[in-house]
Design a protein around this ligand. Sequence first.
Ligand SMILES: Cc1ncc(COP(=O)(O)O)c(C=O)c1O
Length: 219
Amino acid sequence: MVLEDACQAHGAIYKGKRAGSIGNAAAFSFYPGKNLGAYGEGGACSTNDPTLADRIELYRAHGEIKRYHHEVVGFNYRLDGIQGAILNVKLKHLDNWNEKRRNIASMYNEMLKGIGDIITPYEGDDRRGIYHIYAIRTKFRDALREFLTENEIQSGIHYPIPIHLQNAYKYLGYKKGDFPITEEQAETTLSLPIYAEMPESDVLRVVDTIKKFFNKGTK
Ligand SMILES: Cc1ncc(COP(=O)(O)O)c(C=O)c1O
């Protein structure tokens, strides 16, 4: 059983298949900041397995198999009608918005080439990202982030604490050093501003500020 986490991947393509159609089932998030975002919390599952679909539907509404008959202990995961209506309108624009994000990502890739120790995102020929996040990597992440903030440019870290070091998973017994690649990613990734309507002049401003940071010298 393969379950896809497609929460940041609305419209992404891998080997000719859209995210959400690769595994047995997938989860999408419609959190407002996502490429397809509602005006509040929301999400959806996709599957073409009818048994699984029935099961998911059952859990979605407190395990209610028919009015007042509860088969299992489920959850209240019903999507508000208003969110469905908003998402229905926004869905028509998704491909276009994703294309715009891809253009911004290409601009960043081109302009950040060769600056400091920056590593830009890699995209293989058999896939098409939709850049919910545009994350670079640099050893000087924290200092660069501070410099961007001083210059009134917001950035993010997705994500600063790996799952194996979260208190919630302490019971699994992992410690720092157990997943060195994950930990290195958590210490070096930095998400730069990106959204479909981001003007080219803003992309240039972000890149210029990053250049300034590396030109003034890093320690
Ligand atoms: C990769 C990934 N999976 C799952 C989630 C959780 O989505 P939600 O906040 O809608 O539950 C997120 C949200 O940020 C995410 O980025």
